[in-house]
Design a protein around this ligand. Structure first.
Ligand code: ATP
Length: 248
């Protein structure tokens, strides 16, 4: 089994409070791995430690076996670790096509100024078209992003993260705020991404988690509380007690 992303004895203290308590997590290559746990369990803190938004008090983060614990966030992106955010960070005036061309151009190191000539670049345009199609954004690729239905905006965020060609994609509640009928579409598209992209998902909606994940880790009070397949976790009495019981 190849491990894509790993933490070793990861600890994050805020003052005397331990938000992350000795977490050793292993995410295998190609996994659809969900991170669940009750409010305040430390899911967002853990994701922030993985991306480099927070520095751990102790412990290590490894990407593809390499220690990235002390690398800044943007360098981690360059190494293949991408994330999307809960908050909407899209440029509202840009169309999905424009945003996609820009994201691909940035990845290729063209930057802002090369944007116009880039629009004539066949390879970039082809890749943008493919990604927009995969994320079911072709019909709306010329519409300013601010005018898109929310589910489409979330899909665009994920598509833009994929344009950076990540090895590991971290998704923090990608379906939050998306109407019920569009939620499953968002995650089924992510699920069907090629296996060279490993996905780690934080999600509160257990229906979505169970239909998406092939592996689930449960956090509680900062610690890794349980880990297993969907079947194992959905049947686990202790998990039900601390987590599923909340919704019941
Ligand atoms: N910067 C901070 N300073 C102090 N305490 C913090 C800080 N960030 C998070 N915490 C605390 O750490 C704990 C874990 O928070 P975190 O946001 O990681 O949980 P979570 O599992 O993502 O919760 P939720 O599901 O509600 O988003 C909480 O008790 C929170 O109050």
């Amino acid at each position: 089994m190849t491990v894509a992303l790993e933490t070793r004895n990861l600890v994050k203290r805020f003052g005397a409070f331990m938000a992350t308590n000795d977490v050793s997590l292993s995410v295998r290559q190609g996994a659809r791995h969900a991170l669940i746990g009750p409010n305040g369990a430390g899911k967002t803190t853990l994701i922030n430690l993985l991306t480099g938004a927070l520095t751990p008090s102790s412990g290590q983060v490894l990407l593809g076996g390499e220690d990235i614990t002390n690398l800044p966030a943007h360098v981690r992106v360059g190494r293949g670790l991408s994330r999307t955010f809960q908050i909407n960070q899209l440029f509202g005036d840009f169309t999905p096509l424009e945003s996609m061309m820009l994201a691909i151009g940035e990845r290729e190191g063209h930057g802002w100024r090369a944007w116009k000539p880039l629009s004539r670049d066949r390879e970039v345009a082809d890749e943008a078209a493919q990604l927009l199609e995969r994320f079911r954004l072709v019909d709306t690729m010329g519409v300013p992003t601010a005018l898109l239905p929310y589910g489409k905006q979330r899909l665009l965020e994920i598509a833009l993260a994929i344009a950076t060609r990540p090895r590991v994609l971290l998704l923090d509640e990608p379906a939050a705020g998306v109407p019920e009928e569009e939620r499953h579409e968002v995650l089924s598209i992510v699920r069907e991404l090629p296996p060279d992209v490993t996905v780690v998902l934080i999600e509160h909606d257990m229906d979505l988690v169970f239909s998406f994940a092939d592996r689930i880790s449960v956090l509680a009070a900062g610690s890794l509380f349980a880990e297993g397949t969907v079947e194992e976790i959905s049947k686990d009495r202790h998990v039900k007690a601390i987590y599923l019981g909340e919704d019941a």
